[in-house]
Design a protein around this ligand. Structure first.
Ligand code: GAF
Length: 382
């Protein structure tokens, strides 16, 4: 139901009030994985899958949140101080962080609907946070600059939901531009937009293996790479994040690290170099170099970071000799989810069909394959 009219009716029927409606997109990351929390570089693009949030005021102080996807309505006595380990933690977390910023949050009714596939590495969580933030800010008549709002949404996930994510997903959901990827420097949140040429399609292939940032593997990888950074920092006091480290540092002091930490750091340090080079290639329209860097990034993610899985490796391998492929890799937090394939637009439908058939035959799971384009960031929907 990407139809705002039907969504408006849904809110009206439940809450008997006319909502303001906001939309926030999910994303793919073209390259730059597990670099954001190391103050490194990422290059995501928003996609044409989004979360809608409809909001209307209430005459009492209660907060009612209905999710069409969950098929459930929850009512709270105002903003909560702590999460309850359920889906409402995402929208409630945003309200709680905004309250902590000094905003008086009145009672409201919130309706949520999303077509961003859940737990698929396409940032359904960030889309929910950002859509809620736009809705609550719309209700109280306040606004923030993009980078500051991205940090507020990230804090909702870190502090209220308890998932230790970086800034990439919230940032792109707010600041994306249609038909562009965004090279983000996660240190100072400065960014460059790179146009995605018309002849290139984003083909997203869902392995159907569930991914979660809150689960065990994501925080373990983060800890392992931070331990590697601490070793380098003990020799070079200027170092605070892996962003500050070089492959030469790794060659010098890697033998003082746990082997797994060494491998994680090797991925993160080399991924930063690849991501900056990939943005340069995209800006120059050099698709061949971009495709090669994506392939190298997948190998590094899979072998050194051990962030992939059998199914995602198969999805990437099965794409290699299909006509029209420019580059393929696992996108997002890892351990399942989706691959992103840059594909010549004219070949995209045939590519999607052939990849789906190959994957189903080899893995025994029917994947979902979407031919997408890069969409704009969060906005009010009239
Ligand atoms: C998830 C996180 F939410 C991001 O912050 C980022 O770390 C990503 O995994 C890996 O690049 O999407």
């Amino acid at each position: 139901m990407h139809d705002p009219k039907a969504f408006r009716e849904m809110h009206r029927a439940r809450f008997n009030a006319d909502p303001m409606i906001f939309a926030a997109p999910g994303r793919v990351n073209l390259i730059g994985e597990h670099t954001d929390y190391a103050e490194g570089f990422v290059m995501p693009a928003a996609i044409n899958f989004a979360t809608l949030a409809g909001i209307s005021p209430r005459s009492d102080d209660k907060i009612a949140i209905y999710s069409e996807n969950q098929g459930e309505e929850k009512v709270f006595d105002g903003v909560q101080a702590k999460g309850t380990k359920q889906w409402t933690d995402y929208p409630m977390g945003v309200a709680a962080i905004l309250a902590g910023e000094g905003h008086k949050i009145p009672g409201f009714n919130l309706t949520i609907w999303s077509d961003v596939p859940l737990a698929s590495g396409l940032s359904s969580s960030a889309a929910l946070e950002v859509a809620t933030a736009f809705a609550v800010l719309g209700l109280i008549g306040a606004s923030y600059q993009g980078p500051k709002l991205a940090k507020i949404c990230q804090r909702a996930e870190n502090e209220f939901v308890g998932a230790n994510c970086g800034i990439m997903d919230q940032f792109i959901s707010i600041n994306a531009k249609e038909n562009h990827a965004l090279l983000l420097d996660c240190r100072d949140l400065s960014y460059k937009l790179a146009p995605i040429p018309d002849h290139v399609a984003l083909v997203i292939a869902n392995t159907m293996v569930k991914h979660s940032v809150a689960g065990g593997d994501y925080p373990t990888r983060r800890r392992e790479s931070e331990a590697a950074c601490a070793v380098i920092a003990s020799h070079r006091p200027g170092v605070t994040f892996l962003r500050d480290c070089t492959l030469e540092d790794l060659a010098k002091w890697g033998n003082e690290m746990e082997p797994k930490s060494y491998m994680r750091a090797k991925h993160v340090i080399s991924e930063n170099l690849r991501t900056v080079a990939a943005a340069d290639a995209l800006l120059k329209g050099d698709m061949k170099t971009l495709g090669r860097l994506m392939a190298e990034a997948h190998t590094s993610y899979s072998k050194d970071f051990e962030g992939s899985c059998v199914e995602a490796d198969a999805m990437v391998a099965l794409a290699q000799d299909l006509p029209g492929l420019i580059g393929a890799r696992l996108t997002g937090g890892g351990f399942g989810g989706c691959t992103i394939n840059l594909v010549e637009q004219s070949e995209a439908p045939a590519f999607a069909e052939a990849l789906g058939a190959r994957y189903a035959e080899q893995i025994g799971i029917v994947p979902q394959i979407h031919v997408c384009h890069a969409s704009g960031g969060a906005r009010r929907v009239e």
